[in-house]
Design a protein around this ligand. Structure first.
Ligand SMILES: [Zn+2]
Length: 177
């Protein structure tokens, strides 16, 4: 059954990098990917998605503790990550502020030309860069050396594969009756 809607409150259509459009009310909070009429699958991220979608909790803690944000938000969040992704791929990411839309359940939504797995890799690469930057400014040679060593062995693609597999499993487990 369709939910009753106040006329005019459907929210804006978002123009995607591929040229298609999607209605805001077709993007619910649980959505991670959008099957587009262009034939591609686009990654969907909302401000309400935790950083844990992309990196494990211990890394989230490190990020929120070490990264200083340059805006009114006191902590590093998914919105900051997506701002970095947009800087890196200005032609391939669109963002829509839907905070006026009381029905959306989220305030910001990003869609990328590439799929959720590719986005995941991009995010992990950015996070690693941020951490590298933070560590090199920490003035702790031992920590820097340890991090460089870890980075040397770190395989982004393998990490993303494993993380997505584990998260998938977790979701299945959660939904089991
Ligand atoms: Zn498309």
């Amino acid at each position: 059954m369709a939910e009753p809607r106040v006329p005019g409150s459907e929210g804006a259509d978002i123009e995607l990098p591929c040229g298609e459009t999607v209605a805001v009310h077709d993007l619910d909070m649980g959505l991670r990917e959008y099957d587009c009429t262009c034939g591609d699958v686009h990654a969907v991220v909302m401000d309400v998605h935790p950083l844990g979608r992309f990196v494990p909790e211990f890394l989230v803690e490190v990020l929120t503790d070490t990264i200083e944000t340059a805006d009114e938000f006191p902590e590093f969040t998914t919105a900051h990550v997506m701002a970095s992704v947009m800087e890196e791929f200005p032609q391939e990411v669109v963002v829509e502020d839907v905070s006026d839309d009381g029905q959306a359940g989220y305030s910001m939504v990003w869609l990328t030309d590439f799929d959720a797995r590719r986005l995941h890799e991009v995010v992990v690469e950015l996070v690693v860069e941020l951490m590298d930057h933070a560590v090199s400014h920490a003035d702790d040679e031992e920590a820097t050396a340890q991090f460089e060593q870890w980075l040397h062995e770190f395989d982004v693609a393998a990490f993303v594969d494993q993380y997505r597999e584990e998260r998938e499993f977790e979701t299945e487990h959660d939904s089991a009756v």
